[in-house]
Design a protein around this ligand. Structure first.
Ligand code: KG4
Ligand code: ZN
Length: 349
């Protein structure tokens, strides 16, 4: 059996976990995990401030690793490897976690595994559901990323779609800001949307009907802003109409992707926005309509965590992939380096 220490610090959660790769259930696989959210520190600014994030990670990560090992009743010398997020993300934060991982690996003479944060999200459904087999179609929707990928095997990803402007979580966060719901906005928009009428506000569905499954949410966000400024709609109706429009886009785009991907075992959703119950419900229906199961990790595994990093590390370790202590932190690190750039797209991978 392999015991892996996972470390995550690429955005605004500091997290550490101990993973047992031989566990046959989610509960058995996550031996211990801890997460410290920085939400309170960033709230006054309405978004993540990179310098504050990096400093907070540095203060918390050392004691947290010690705590999580104590929770597990294990010591560093019991670990088979140390897996740390090496990107993509806010570079100051990534460096804190990666340097911590390197120091622990060096001190305990254990192999280091540099994990792509997106691979952590992409494989998190396999951590949650031991029966999920490659290849699967993955909708990866978080605050920084919005992609559809064919996950063929560990390290073999084909990107079928990406966003040409905002990520889906970003659209939720900006809508929350427009409605004065605070940060982070996704869960607040979802809560308010339950009290509103999803048909009350006419909003655009960018790119719906286009032949390639890419995403665009900038026009939807601007329309939400105009609806708020008009002063004639209730906030709950704006939230519900926004969520409906965004989900209509996601379902249409995912349907197109299902039509162009190779044979897959399941439709899978991961990333922070996969915690959204309305999205999960809509995807459930879409998957059933094409005879596939929907696999969605429990909401706590959808938002950033170290268990998914430890798990991706465990899958890599099982195949003998380890990294040198000179491995660099990467602000950008696409899962599919061969994906063609999308016309009109910004720099997001
Ligand atoms: O994966 P994640 O924790 O961090 C990134 O890697 O980006 O995703 C965070 C994003 C935020 O934009 C947050 O607003 C969104 O996921 N989110 C949600 C929900 N929970 C989190 N969006 C919509 N509905 C939710 N329930
Ligand atoms: Zn993430």
């Amino acid at each position: 059996m392999a015991l892996i220490l996972g470390i995550e610090s690429s955005c605004d959660e500091t997290a550490a976990a101990v993973i047992d790769s031989d566990g046959t259930s989610l509960a058995a696989r996550i031996v211990a995990q801890r997460i410290a959210s920085q939400d309170e520190m960033h709230r006054p600014y309405g978004g993540v401030v990179p310098e504050i994030a990096a400093r907070a990670h540095a203060e918390v990560i050392g004691p947290m690793v010690a705590q999580v090992l104590a929770d597990a009743g294990l010591s560093l010398s019991d670990m088979d490897a140390i897996a740390a997020t090496a990107g993509p993300g806010l570079i100051g934060g990534v460096m804190v976690g990666l340097v911590t991982g390197k120091a622990l690996a060096m001190a305990a003479d254990k192999p280091l595994i540099a994990v792509n944060h997106l691979e952590g999200h992409a494989l998190s459904p396999r951590l949650a559901d031991p029966t999920l087999a490659y290849p699967y179609l993955l909708l990866l929707v978080s605050g920084g990323h919005c992609q559809i990928l064919e996950v063929r095997a560990l390290g073999d990803y084909r990107r079928l779609a990406t966003t040409i402007d905002d990520a889906l979580g970003e659209a939720f966060d900006k809508t929350a800001k427009i409605l004065g719901l605070g940060y982070p906005g996704g869960p607040a928009v979802e809560r308010l949307a339950r009290e509103g009428d999803p048909k009350a506000v006419p909003l655009p569905r960018p790119l719906v009907g286009s032949g390639e499954p890419h995403f665009s949410f900038a026009g939807l966000k601007s329309a939400v802003m105009r609806a708020k400024q008009a002063g004639t709609f209730a906030d709950a109706d704006i939230a519900a109409s926004f969520q409906q429009a965004a989900l209509d886009c996601v379902i249409d785009r995912t349907r197109i992707a299902l039509g162009v991907c190779g044979p897959v075992t399941a439709l899978v959703v991961a990333g922070g926005v996969a915690a959204n119950a309305a999205l999960r419900g809509a995807l459930e229906q879409l998957a059933a309509s094409v005879g596939l199961p929907l696999v969605a990790p429990p909401p706590k595994l959808c938002t950033d965590n170290a268990a998914m990093i430890g798990w991706a590390g465990a899958e890599r370790f099982a195949l003998g992939y380890t990294d040198g202590l000179d491995v660099a932190a990467r602000p950008r690190w696409p899962l599919d380096a061969n994906a063609a750039p999308v016309r009109g797209a910004g720099v997001k991978g």
